[in-house]
Design a protein around this ligand. Structure first.
Ligand code: ADP
Length: 246
């Protein structure tokens, strides 16, 4: 399998405060990777590094075999940030307009083609928001908004979806549905990196797990993680582990 993300010996500090220390991690095509660790352990920072939003202080990162600094994020990668979940944003754009933004890297400055419109419609259909197409995006529930952002990524024909705690503020039922959607997208060949504080969700859904606390404590398939001591080592005995209740 081709590496989609290849991180080698990456260290990054905010000023004097090291957030990610000497992390090496390869994510292969088709992986569904759960990225876990206690609060403040560097998960979001590592994701931002992967996406080229920050440059590492040392080490290297490649996306699809290219240095991340030269990678055009508009293509191949869909990113759903934590902030995407919250309300706010008063721009009165419709759901269809949000999803259509996914076509811009492809359409350039040209007008959208009939094919672009079809891709947008298909993306909305796939995530189940067709009937919300003409609603204002800022009037959606958290779960619906997440689906709109996923649809935007699908419209851009992303091969990699990076999600940072996508179900914060989403009710349990919508959350389950959302994770089933992620699973089926992954089965269709999309590589997924998911930050999720609920370890039960991660061990249920992800096929690989990376556990960090500044340093990488474990990376491997879910089974090897469950059998390892990485959880207690990375989280300590501070009781920060969030247990999952079915
Ligand atoms: P996580 O996503 O695991 O909660 P973060 O990557 O957000 O962790 O943060 C890792 C560490 O870096 C934390 O100690 C946090 O306080 C610090 N940090 C995060 N963002 C910034 C920033 N913009 N400036 C300074 N420190 C930051």
């Amino acid at each position: 399998m081709n590496p989609v993300v290849d991180i080698e010996n990456v260290t990054f500090a905010y000023g004097d405060s090291v957030a990610v220390r000497d992390v090496s991690l390869t994510i292969s095509e088709g992986d569904f990777l759960g990225l876990i660790g206690p609060n403040g352990s560097g998960k979001t920072t590592l994701l931002h590094l992967m996406l080229g939003l920050y440059a590492p202080d040392s080490g290297s990162i490649e996306l699809f075999g290219e240095p991340v600094s030269e990678f055009d994020r508009g293509e191949r990668i869909g990113y759903v940030s934590q902030q995407a979940t919250s309300r706010g944003g008063t721009m009165p754009v419709t759901v269809r307009e949000v999803v259509t933004m996914g076509r811009f890297p492809h359409a350039g400055h040209a007008r959208l083609t009939e094919r672009d419109r079809e891709i947008v419609d298909d993306a909305m259909e796939t995530v189940g928001i067709t009937d919300l197409a003409d609603q204002r995006a800022n009037q959606l529930s958290g779960g619906q908004r997440q689906r709109a952002f996923i649809a935007r990524a699908l419209a851009s024909e992303a091969d990699l979806l990076a999600l940072d705690e996508p179900t914060v503020g989403v009710d349990a039922e919508s959350r389950d549905e959302f994770y089933r959607l992620l699973e089926s997208l992954n089965e269709s060949g999309i590589t997924i990196v998911l930050i999720e504080h609920d370890i039960g969700v991660v061990t249920d859904r992800a096929d690989h797990i990376a556990c960090i606390n500044q340093e990488l404590y474990h990376h491997g398939d879910t089974e090897s993680f469950v059998e390892s001591d990485a959880l207690t080592e990375a989280y300590g005995t501070s009781g920060q582990v969030v247990h999952h209740h079915h």
